[in-house]
Design a protein around this ligand. Sequence first.
Ligand code: UGA
Length: 434
Amino acid sequence: MKIAMIGTGYVGLVTGACLAEFGHQVTCMDKSEEKIEFLQAGGIPIYEPGLAQLVGKNIGEGRLSFQTDMRQAVQGAQAVFIAVGTPSSRRGDGYADLTYIYAAVRELAHCISDYVVVVDKSTVPVGTARQVARIIREENPVADFDVVSNPEFLREGAAINDFMRPDRVVIGTESEKALAVMKEVYDPLYLISTPIVATNPATAELIKYSANAFLAVKISFINEIAGICEAVGADVVDLAKAVGLDGRIGSKFLHPGPGYGGSCFPKDTLALLRIAQENGVAARLVEAGVEVNSAQKARMVKKIIDAMGGSVAGKTIAALGLTFKPETDDLRESPALTILPPLVERGGIVKAHDPKGMDEAAKILPNLHYMNSAYEACKEADAVVLLTEWNQYRALDLARIKAGMKTPVFIDLRNVYDPTRMREAGFAYTGVGR
Ligand code: UGA
């Protein structure tokens, strides 16, 4: 099948490459000439494990191409995916900014000749599919099309696997014809018996927000319990294991930490609150989840200062990990961005390291010192703070770290290390909830 992908950001690029891998003929389109030229030359603008190889392979085998011209990209396509960005609006009021989607759709409307399925892939507020259809009809009254909401559930760092082996595929449409096209798009997933949830567009749109909000609340729940564990001398890691073994609860997303970040949970929880508010419905659990997450980040600052004897002034802190999670170069809403600046404001000297996020971090946090390795960051440090659980921080040479430090204070915001072993190794160790 011939497919067009509008937008070559994270979602567009991963989806385009994976659909090409399924065997479809995919043209990815983006307004940015610079970006398209870079992609055509084999460049990948983001870090996502396996993506460069997948893109390269499918370009090589002639199934994936890049284009700046909308008309050429959608020529002959049976499905056109809209995967342009939906940032939080600049007003900071929780609204998703749909400017890019609507602009893309207006242009697309004039390129439709034969029947086409227009697929909303971006995470958008309930009612967007209806708006998209209205805009196309307004711009091109004779266009033959259907609009489908097909939310993505990709995790950064694991996006290709999430696409190729999803828990489910959600298809929101009122049209049988569009549903048939979408089933053909995802045909290879039938072989691995992937459940397909076919529903109406509004439900599909809300499924995405609900899934992300539930996971965000689950994380906030365990972070709150971690605080209680600290107060009563319980161990949240054992607790989460036991609680998670209840099949009704499940062990995933029950890891306490410095609070969730990224481009999705913070944005989507706020957008869901906005949807509820606009419709006069309460969403108190999600509201609390968001508040607990902010409080968790602030609590981490206090935890670090306390572990360092009540003051960080004039002291050196090694910060390991800056991205919001491992296996990405993404710093959006990363806990590091909220936790590290207050330490610098209080006179701390922060020596940071991250395997992929330092270039971006240097632009946002110019007051940190960027080091070439974890060991370099820890040299002469008064404390080390582990913020992101990159694999290379899971197996540090602890003796080497300790030997280089001024004082062996280890603050492990991801509970990577075992407290007893760390104490035996001579560290003053602090975790989260243990
Ligand atoms: C999230 C969802 O997991 C995806 O299913 C969804 O498709 C995506 O948002 C999206 O809306 O596009 P992502 O933001 O890439 O994916 O990352 P996650 O792995 O979900 O992690 C989010 C944050 O939660 C990270 O800061 C992570 O460290 C934190 N987290 C996660 C915890 O603190 N504890 C956990 O147990 C799990």
